[in-house]
Design a protein around this ligand. Sequence first.
Ligand SMILES: *[C@@H]1O[C@H](CO)[C@@H](O)[C@H](O)[C@H]1NC(C)=O
Ligand SMILES: *[C@@H]1O[C@H](CO)[C@@H](O)[C@H](O)[C@H]1NC(C)=O
Ligand SMILES: *[C@@H]1O[C@H](CO)[C@@H](O)[C@H](O)[C@H]1NC(C)=O
Ligand SMILES: *[C@@H]1O[C@H](CO)[C@@H](O)[C@H](O)[C@H]1NC(C)=O
Ligand SMILES: *[C@@H]1O[C@H](CO)[C@@H](O)[C@H](O)[C@H]1NC(C)=O
Ligand SMILES: *[C@@H]1O[C@H](CO)[C@@H](O)[C@H](O)[C@H]1NC(C)=O
Ligand SMILES: *[C@@H]1O[C@H](CO)[C@@H](O)[C@H](O)[C@H]1NC(C)=O
Ligand SMILES: *[C@@H]1O[C@H](CO)[C@@H](O)[C@H](O)[C@H]1NC(C)=O
Ligand SMILES: *[C@@H]1O[C@H](CO)[C@@H](O)[C@H](O)[C@H]1NC(C)=O
Ligand SMILES: *[C@@H]1O[C@H](CO)[C@@H](O)[C@H](O)[C@H]1NC(C)=O
Ligand SMILES: *[C@@H]1O[C@H](CO)[C@@H](O)[C@H](O)[C@H]1NC(C)=O
Ligand SMILES: *[C@@H]1O[C@H](CO)[C@@H](O)[C@H](O)[C@H]1NC(C)=O
Length: 687
Amino acid sequence: MAALAVPLLLPVLTATQHTSATIPGISAYTVTAGFPTSAFPTYWEAPVETQEPQPALYDPVLNITFPLNLTNPETIPTTDNDPIYYPQPLANISNSSTAALLQAAYTNITGIIESNTTASNCTKCMAALNVGKTVAQYAPESVPDLLVKLCEAFQFSSNATCVDNYAAGSFGAIWTQVLALADVTGLDGRYICNDLSSTFCPAPATSPLNVTGLFPKPKPKNACAPKASGKRVKVLHLSDFHLDPRYSAASEANCSAGLCCRTNVHATGDAVGQVTVPAPLYGSFKCDTPYYLGLAALQAIAPLTGTHGNSSVAWTVYTGDLVSHDSQNQLSRAYTEYAEVSVYDLFKEYIGSPVFPVLGNHDSNPEAIDAPHSLPGPLGQQFSWNYNHVASLWQQNGWINSTTANEARLHYGAYSVLNQYGLRIITLNTDFWYRSNFLNYINTSNPDVSGMLNFLIQELQAAEDAKERVWILGHVLAGWDGSNPLPNPTNLFYQIVDRYSPHVIANIFFGHTHEDQVMIYYANNGTVQTSENALTSGWIGPSVTPLTNLNSGFRMYEVDTGSFEIYEAYTWFSNVSSFPHLNVSKTGPTYQFEYSTREAYNISWPEASPLDAKYWQAVTEAMETDFSLVEKFNTFQGKSSVLTPNCTSAACAKAKICYIRSGSAVLGRQCPQGYGSVQSAFDPPST
Ligand SMILES: *[C@@H]1O[C@H](CO)[C@@H](O)[C@H](O)[C@H]1NC(C)=O
Ligand SMILES: *[C@@H]1O[C@H](CO)[C@@H](O)[C@H](O)[C@H]1NC(C)=O
Ligand SMILES: *[C@@H]1O[C@H](CO)[C@@H](O)[C@H](O)[C@H]1NC(C)=O
Ligand SMILES: *[C@@H]1O[C@H](CO)[C@@H](O)[C@H](O)[C@H]1NC(C)=O
Ligand SMILES: *[C@@H]1O[C@H](CO)[C@@H](O)[C@H](O)[C@H]1NC(C)=O
Ligand SMILES: *[C@@H]1O[C@H](CO)[C@@H](O)[C@H](O)[C@H]1NC(C)=O
Ligand SMILES: *[C@@H]1O[C@H](CO)[C@@H](O)[C@H](O)[C@H]1NC(C)=O
Ligand SMILES: *[C@@H]1O[C@H](CO)[C@@H](O)[C@H](O)[C@H]1NC(C)=O
Ligand SMILES: *[C@@H]1O[C@H](CO)[C@@H](O)[C@H](O)[C@H]1NC(C)=O
Ligand SMILES: *[C@@H]1O[C@H](CO)[C@@H](O)[C@H](O)[C@H]1NC(C)=O
Ligand SMILES: *[C@@H]1O[C@H](CO)[C@@H](O)[C@H](O)[C@H]1NC(C)=O
Ligand SMILES: *[C@@H]1O[C@H](CO)[C@@H](O)[C@H](O)[C@H]1NC(C)=O
């Protein structure tokens, strides 16, 4: 942690060294052919020109070397044998009673589904959950098989998907916990049934939030952001690396289902092993990041951002997701731990500066699941293996100290830290507002079951008292079109942001969507969306992975070290559609400058003013009169991918402006839907 002791030696740019007409480094960087073999000390399979390498990774926390078969493209597993956790049964019943209970429950649920009563789908769904609850309370270990059987019998999905959703080692044991502990005939039941299908229950309304007594102190009058110091540093924002160590060059890149560029998938009409579109060495649109692409991105950072030599990156924010998008039966704790070791090692080696990572929904196992400590008995600690692992890796890499690492171990992998420039960085485990963390469906009326947002309040209050500036880092974005986060927790988050902005919170960062997006937070719950009320911005960082139909990219900010406001934001990308045509024995791919945020939208914005919430408000106001600016934003959203759909209609433009102005799920869901993601054609609901 030497860097903590010598802040004055750290590189600082002065504002005068920079004008917005320049770009920070060279305009394009073409990666040298071949793999940088020095990236890893040893290999099971050394890199060759036609195939991904298999590094032999040593995990310094677990004291093991991950075996080749964990990541070998030819030995992809089909079951996960990690420990699973069931709720304690309310009574110990005999095997014959268990069998009778299961039979009765199956008959009962079948009767509910097939009944011709006038009861609504929502009522029927909750009645079925209530039968499941009895089984979960008395015979918890039998629930997963019952769910798979019901799913298959009623063809809720393909048999394979039924197994992947409900088998014990996938999400079956988690659903058992939910059934046993949730109020399945009340609000929890409505959320669960809405998650199962929006034709079962409509999305529940946001619960009333009592803000009385929420904050330790009232907001200071005339709270305003501190003045800039004029000194600037370069800060890197990387997101959604999604390393695929099982990527197999020349396997099927256009598969019909699952994660492509794997040996176990095929195109529609083909047999496994038959290949219609061979996966390029450097990656493809329906695939996660192969080692060759990940290393290309990391090598491009220094020359493009101009951060080599004595002008280095001051710090890096990593907004989560390291692991590839395998189906749950192919994942395991070991596979997650492997990605954690591999990608953090590479960051340390190629970026050098302190990295402040957050956990993404893919950085857990089962994927997207995290448990609040308040669950009974061992259930409240069922993910500590992961928090212990990442906290130790971050500490060993010198990014956080032992005090902060302990905090992360006890706090869901999230922490609060004062960095070497005096900026407070507070991270969140946003799985606690992610709709796919099924454990969030226990006690849904409480917006903060995990205590994560109370921790945020306490840290922000301490920062206000100490006159510190804060950046908040998370993974799943809190707003936009509202399709990812849950309304109650993000409604609370929005009030917290209002209370501590603009004087404490300088910026907020997320990832998750893989797309380049932004959100504005306003005063008074976003009721009057004007420049005067625009308080802070949420930057959603572009992903390294091309999944799905995107280019690969990353971002660098120039940040004032007095106000910690952003003065410049530069984004780079690599054109994934060019990868099939590369002569890989002669050259790697090119990463190139995409745009400067200050210059892109052509609004008159003083050089001395930061790219803050008022800047973005001005951009959205310009967009309202010139839809071509929305089209530009939309192109950048997909990192200039050739597959990004065009946003040329007024309906699309209005929806995007609304998403940019929506920092919580409840605000986002009030926007016209169907234009949120550029990963496939827009699909507004027909009216
Ligand atoms: C690490 O594991 C090796 C055997 O695989 C063992 O010899 C060594 O003592 C272990 N080191 C620690 C620190 O536990
Ligand atoms: C990999 O090998 C280890 C030990 O050699 C074994 O326990 C494990 O089941 C194997 N995993 C796969 C996916 O084949
Ligand atoms: C069921 O049996 C286990 C093991 O014998 C015991 O620990 C547990 O308390 C029992 N549960 C109930 C509800 O009696
Ligand atoms: C009850 O079932 C379990 C698991 O199926 C089995 O291991 C156990 O032996 C059975 N107990 C009795 C008394 O039959
Ligand atoms: C299902 O069981 C509940 C009680 O647990 C009962 O009230 C209901 O009538 C049963 N429904 C059917 C269709 O058997
Ligand atoms: C419900 O109605 C369908 C068609 O009208 C009929 O085939 C079925 O037997 C009825 N189910 C029950 C449980 O009455
Ligand atoms: C799916 O599973 C059900 C019940 O286990 C079985 O009857 C059916 O044949 C299976 N369907 C397919 C397509 O394999
Ligand atoms: C109720 O659920 C069934 C089965 O999924 C579905 O076909 C039907 O459209 C739903 N009804 C409504 C009103 O959504
Ligand atoms: C809101 O919370 C405060 C403080 O906890 C409490 O005194 C008050 O009764 C609550 N109001 C409502 C309407 O629940
Ligand atoms: C770790 O860093 C924090 C600031 O983020 C500081 O308060 C704490 O004292 C440090 N702990 C150690 C052991 O250096
Ligand atoms: C904020 O606005 C949304 C949407 O209008 C509303 O549902 C929510 O209750 C409001 N939150 C507060 C704390 O007033
Ligand atoms: C979007 O529009 C551009 C220019 O009009 C066109 O070249 C491109 O093919 C369009 N993209 C899609 C996905 O339709």
